[in-house]
Design a protein around this ligand. Structure first.
Ligand SMILES: [Zn+2]
Length: 313
């Protein structure tokens, strides 16, 4: 063993249901055909997934059945808020409590286990978010974006909503502008006031920042490969596997959804739908191979967090 914590794969389950605005009764292919593509790859390399579910997706009984199945298969089910509000961090304590708490309840009801991991939509976090996670007894949170790349990313999102002043105001209202400048790149602990610590203690939450090799560079998650080139991306993944205790690999359903999965009656623009599904799955397999070959092993985010908190795994 390398002494570093196990690797993990974090799947932020940004569903088509959410992208389409939660049409009543919508049965989302991302829970079925699309998920099965990534599940087959994960099974081939014996990799568990940590899947962060949007609470509102669980209103459909078929989605609930799928999530229960994934839990029973040994995948971890985490919390990705109730309605995927991309301005979570700029919301009031009451809205934050509702967004996190309602999904928390819904997931616990489906799996029989309270989720212990969280990620905020668009990495939009705040002291209020952390306070609520500590209150609910969460073990870890992966909502911190520790790279300067957050600023152009927010700008891009602002430009894409330039016709909507209210949305723009909310985007600019995020309260975590300092994190790309001050957040450590390796995991750390925070108390309910977002004060940082090096060691675990009761009432502290483990922060697993988005894996980033250098603060001024783009963070390393699957999307980066599509934008900045695969050769460089694979090399970054290998380096992070070899050296970074906090490294985990973040993927999204867009990485395994095919254009033919999309419903023609919904016209939303979805990212990465111009990439053929065969290529998408080949890229994912290339990375899964790198992860599976690491002496660190691949576990769930929850077990990685246990390890990093100094608790027996
Ligand atoms: Zn999301």
């Amino acid at each position: 063993m390398s002494g570093l914590s196990p690797l993990a794969i974090s799947l932020n389950f940004d569903s088509l249901n959410e992208a389409y605005g939660f049409p009543p009764g919508f049965r989302d292919v991302s829970f079925f055909t699309a998920f099965d593509r990534v599940a087959a790859l994960a099974a081939k390399y014996a990799l568990p997934l940590s899947i962060y579910i949007i609470g509102k997706d669980l209103e459909h009984p078929d989605h609930r059945a799928r999530v229960k199945e994934w839990h029973d298969m040994g995948h971890e089910i985490g919390n990705h808020t109730w309605s995927h509000d991309a301005s979570l961090g700029s919301q009031s304590d009451a809205v934050i409590r509702e967004e996190i708490g309602r999904a928390h309840e819904a997931i616990a009801t489906v799996t029989g286990v309270a989720p212990e991991g969280f990620i905020a939509p668009a990495w939009s976090t705040s002291r209020g978010v952390v306070k609520e996670l500590v209150r609910l007894g969460y073990r870890y949170d992966s909502s911190v974006f520790p790279s300067l790349f957050m600023y152009p990313m927010v700008l891009k999102s602002l430009l894409s909503h330039s016709m909507n002043l209210e949305k723009g105001r909310k985007i600019l209202g995020r309260k975590d502008w300092d994190l790309p400048l001050v957040s450590p790149l390796e995991p750390y602990f925070v108390d309910e006031n977002f004060k940082r610590y090096d060691t675990f203690a009761e009432g502290r939450l483990l922060i697993l920042p988005l894996p980033t090799r250098r603060r001024w560079q783009v963070s390393t998650w699957h999307t980066a490969g599509f934008f900045f080139g695969w050769k460089k991306h694979y090399r970054n993944v290998e380096k992070l596997c070899a050296k970074r205790d906090g490294f985990y690999y973040l993927i999204h359903p867009a990485d395994f959804i095919a254009p033919e999965d999309l419903s023609p009656q919904y016209q939303q623009h979805l990212e990465r739908m111009d990439v053929p599904i065969d290529e998408k799955m080949r890229r994912l397999e290339d990375v899964f191979k790198i992860l599976a070959a690491s002496p660190r092993g691949v576990s769930t985010m929850g077990r990685k967090a246990q390890f990093l908190s100094g608790q027996a795994v």
